[in-house]
Design a protein around this ligand. Sequence first.
Ligand code: FE
Length: 211
Amino acid sequence: MYVLPDLPYSEDALAPFVSADTLRTHHGKHHKTYVDKTNELAAKAGLADRPLEDVVRQASRTGDKTLFNNAAQAWNHAFFWRSMRAPGGPQPNGELTRAIAESFDGLEGLKEAFVKEGVGHFASGWVWIVMTSDGLQVISTHDADDTLVREGLFPLLVCDLWEHAYYLDYKNDRKAFLERWFDNVANWDFAAAQLSASTGEGEGFRYPASE
Ligand code: FE
């Protein structure tokens, strides 16, 4: 059984940038539903004993769209919770700062690219900061699609572009959500750990082990 991972902070920790109301519904209802569905469908597909990463890749290979959508959404949301931390936390430093400077000329440049990609993304999906062989890039994926099934990408951070991520707090103003998210709750320590893992230092994020 895949578990619904606990939030790595309290429900009100990200307010006012992400409200407790949003977080409670997003984690307790939306994410939980994806995990429940994955448990049901992975069992039927005979994959329930495999790490969630394998399930996502296997469902993509075999074209099992329903399993892929639910398993990838379960994974993406777990990665998204880790991509945030309470306001006032550390800014990028060290190797991450160097990578940002090299590819985006600094944090403002990265923010501009991130907000532009997220605002320009049509309908639901995810906006990612990823490491590639050409340095850092900002990309977006549609619906449940994620970086696990793309070659040559290592995800550092993700933000949810589905309306359920921001509608209660920002109504239809996705731009304001992305700007405030980037400035206040983006988890740069997590991004730095992922960046190290992309070069083989330490373990990258993995979905919590099944029960
Ligand atoms: Fe979501």
